[in-house]
Structures are given as C-alpha cells and as structure tokens.
Write a protein that binds this ligand. Sequence first.
Ligand code: PEP
Length: 252
Amino acid sequence: MRQRIIAANWKMYKNPQETRSFCESLRKLLPIHMEKNIFIFPQSICIETLKVALASTNIKVGAQNCYFENEGAFTGEVSPQTLFHMGCSSVLVGHSERRQLFGETNESCQKKILKAQENKLIPMYCVGETLEERKSNKTFEVLETQIQEGLKDADLKKLIIAYEPVWAIGTGEVATPDIAQEAHEFIRNTLKRLGNDDVALLYGGSVKPENAGLLAAKADIDGFLVGGASLKADSFSEICKTNLTRPVDAAR
Ligand code: PEP
C-alpha cells in the first residue's frame, strides 16, 4: 500500500539555532497524526540537533547525501552506516544539484542506493530531466535511464522516488499538474516492469501552498519533496496538510 509523504530538503540552509526554532514552530502547527509521513533533510552537520529537537515526535530525519562505503580514507564524505547510527531513516540520492554541481552519475547513485539500503536507510532517489532534454523530447528516455541504471539490483520495496524536473527546481516555475502526472505515470509504469509499482512517488520543483492542492489531486503524485517552501514552518505545514489529508489513490 502506497504512502503519502512530504519531505523537506533544506539544502545548505539553517544553522543549529534556526533548526531548533523551526521545530518549535512546526510542532505547534502540525497535527500529530501527520508526523509519521514527514521527512526532513538538513545539512549533515545539523542532523544531531534536528534529531534532538524532534525527539518526542514521529517526524523522520534524513541526510542530503552519503558515500557508497561505510568507512575508510574518504575525507569529507558522509558514512551511511554513521547516518543510521545517528538515527537517520532516509537519504537523498541523486538530487539534481548533486548531479550538476558535484558530478553525481547514475552509476554513483546506484552504488549509494545499494549501500544505503544495506544500512537500513530508505533512499529517496531523485530523477528528472533538464529543460534542454524536455525541449528535445528526451524526458522519458532520461527518466528510464536514470531508473534502470540507478536502481540496478536495488530493493524496490525499500525506496522512495522523487521526480524533480531540473527546470522547476528553485526557479519558481512549477510543472503543471498534467506534466507532472504524465512523468509520474511513466515512472510508475517503468517500476511496474521492474517488479514493484507500489513505490511512493513524490513531485519536487517549486511546490508551494498555492500549487500543492492541484498537484496532490493527481493519481500518481503521492507527495512532495519541497525545497524553498520547506524553510518556513508555516508554508511547510500548509503543504503537509494539503497533501496528507488526501487518500493516496483519490483520483483513481
Ligand atoms: C529541491 O531542492 O528538491 C526542490 C524541489 O527545491 P524547490 O522546492 O525550491 O524548487
């Protein structure tokens, strides 16, 4: 049974003090029953602070990246084993900023996904096409390759996928509900061929309280990965309420 999920990607924002005050505000705004469907991905350096601030809640904490080895001479990298020991439930893999700025490839994503799963972390695997790829009608081809290569040998039952068209991330330009649904349906069908289409599929790209409702009404959009609008407790909680009050297959 698919789950509705909302995730916050804080990117390289929020210091420990800001992390604590966000949590104080969020707890006042959010009904307790929604907590278990929410993930927050802070900078790695704030994971411990966030864990403590959320200790009496069911909100899950994740990391924005990890390496594909548990330990060793890999200066500056983040160990998936340590993330698990720190209480993380999940890790983002293949965010477009990591692909574009830090040379992440489908191959490195695949190694990270396997290592994360080995350490009981749920990978939240990010896929999505650039504007150039969309304009040259390569969207489905790109998505298929990212899925086939990135998920090779992965356990499809312990996975979340975020469809994040690169042209919509941090640009204010959101995909229309129909464009997002078309891509989600394609991803769902691709996963079906690989053996499990019961995977939560999140949309990410300039999601705000104002556009979340129409996106959440689409049959294959199970939730959101939210960047900018997750930095303020009031806009993030509004998005959570919009999405988490709907049955998962409302439009089917
Ligand atoms: C993201 O960083 O994953 C994201 C979707 O950012 P934004 O919501 O700001 O577009």
